[in-house]
Design a protein around this ligand. Structure first.
Ligand code: NDP
Length: 451
């Protein structure tokens, strides 16, 4: 039963205040709305959180660092970019969250990502707070030497604000193994310290086995948990995966391992439609094309004689299960209706906030198995957390051990969603993930008093 007091929160009023304080930050508003819509009824049932203004405090970052990044391109031109680190909340552990290098990066995008990260990291059951950072630098059209000079300049400033017990960045869009190597090399040079200050490191210098695969594998492990609640399995199901970067590649790989059929992947240039499904040979081709050569999927279509949907996203291709693994807001309300009309019964998000609010609503109304990214893509940060553990212990766990722990964590995240997401006999995973992620952080904040 909901007991309304004069401390109770009202969603519309709350959002008006948030938008006034953060004008023009569309993605941040969207991420907060999705959480607040589910949390406010819960908070109003537990007035201790409303009295302590926990939601108001949670939506205000601890601090935001913005800095200039100057570097020289190969023609000796001086280039200027903007760097950011949003240290959102460290109630349950050091700030933790990736760095995104992409020309689309804005403060709004990094605030939405940092905010989501608080809940995701809490759900992993590991002691990690939420943060995110990055730059409007686009590594795609740069030489290795230019990327190295940019990373060194970026880290020269960022190094003042991070530390293995303070803030531990990782990769995200545009920040893969190459960038992490350059960033870590510069940190080590500046601080004369070899520790776990970044995750996603190479295996030669403190990385964890399975970290590269973890987000994608975890996304499929989460889907497997959802299917299990219906006595169903992935084997034989037709799947589409958007994106073809780190998360998409290992989502597709794990789907292949489980006997599912992956008929589409995508990138910024368009989508492939391969009705026979990817094989291991084709999967290896995608990894070499996208990670090795940084080419377009058009080459895949030419190499294997399948159709290429120029500039299109893959949601019109009929499937049983969809895995959005590219970027935010890549799946809108109309796309969701198309997926549902084609019989899609499960959506597991590898990307952060890939579905618009309309799309989320359509999935909720249809009561399909729909997992928001903060639950289903938490495998990556989970193994980042285990990379920190291994660095502190100065040991490396074998592949099987890390994979076993990843599966156990995804199982636990699913269990929290089921515990908090009950809705008239149906599990609403958005509600479950938001409330499940909130409780531990909120209780820690209450314990600290007004800080
Ligand atoms: P990558 O840079 O490795 O890959 C991103 C992929 O998405 C690429 O195929 C890229 O196309 C495509 N893409 C990016 N922007 C757009 C766009 N505007 N329109 C169409 N396609 C686009 O990034 P990740 O795989 O690491 O990240 C993907 C998503 O997963 C992001 O939302 C990220 O925040 C989230 N995530 C990542 C984690 C990780 O461990 N890496 C952990 C948790 C979440 P192209 O190849 O043409 O550039």
């Amino acid at each position: 039963m909901q007991i309304l007091t004069d401390q109770s929160l009202d969603l519309d009023q709350f959002m008006i205040g948030l938008k006034r304080r953060n004008p023009g930050e569309r993605e941040f508003h969207q991420a907060v709305y999705e959480v607040a819509e589910k949390l406010i009824p819960f908070i109003n049932q537990h007035p201790k959180y409303a009295r302590a203004k926990v939601l108001e405090r949670l939506t205000e970052p601890d601090r935001i660092i913005i800095f200039r990044v100057c570097w020289e391109d190969d023609q000796k031109n001086v280039r200027v970019n903007r760097g950011y680190r949003v240290q959102f909340n460290n109630a349950i552990g050091p700030y933790k969250g990736g760095l995104r290098f992409d020309k689309s990066v804005t403060l709004s995008i990094l605030k939405f990502l940092g905010f989501e990260q608080i809940f995701k990291n809490s759900l992993t059951t590991l002691p990690m707070g939420g943060g995110k950072g990055g730059s409007d630098f686009n590594p795609k059209d740069k030489s290795d030497a230019e990327v190295m000079r940019f990373c060194q300049a970026f880290m020269t400033e960022l190094s003042r604000h991070i530390g293995k017990d303070k803030d531990v960045p990782a990769g995200d869009i545009g920040v893969g193994a190459r960038e992490i190597g350059y960033l870590y090399g510069q940190y080590k040079r500046l601080e004369n310290e070899f520790g776990g200050v970044l995750t996603g490191k190479g295996l030669a210098y403190g990385g964890s086995l399975i970290r590269t695969e973890a987000t994608g594998f975890g996304c499929v492990y989460f889907a497997r948990e959802m299917l299990d609640t219906k006595g169903d399995a992935a084997e034989g199901k037709t799947c589409i995966v958007s994106g073809s970067g780190n998360v998409a590649q290992y989502t597709a790989q794990k789907l292949l391992d489980l006997g599912a059929k992956v008929v589409s992947m995508s990138d910024r240039t368009g989508s492939i439609h391969d009705p026979d499904g990817l094989t291991q040979e084709k999967m290896n081709y995608v990894i070499e094309l996208k990670t090795g050569r940084r080419g377009s999927l058009r080459e895949y279509a030419d190499a294997f004689g399948v159709s290429f949907l120029e500039g299109a996203r893959p949601w019109g291709i009929p499937c049983d299960m969809a895995f959005p693994c590219a970027t935010q807001n890549e799946l809108n309300g109309d796309d969701a209706k198309t997926l549902l009309a084609n019989g899609c019964m499960l959506v597991s998000e590898g990307a952060n906030m890939p579905s618009t609010l309309d799309a989320v609503k359509a999935f909720e109304d249809a009561k399909i198995l729909y997992a928001p990214g903060k639950a289903s893509n938490a495998g990556g940060v989970s193994i980042s957390g285990l990379e920190m553990t291994q660095n502190s212990m100065r040991i490396n766990w074998p592949r099987e051990e890390v994979d076993r722990r990843l599966q156990a964590i995804m199982h636990d995240i699913h269990a929290q969603c089921v515990e908090y997401g009950q809705d008239d006999g149906f599990v609403n995973y958005v509600k479950g993930a938001n409330i499940g992620g909130f409780v531990k952080v909120a209780d820690a904040m209450l314990a600290y008093g007004v800080v």
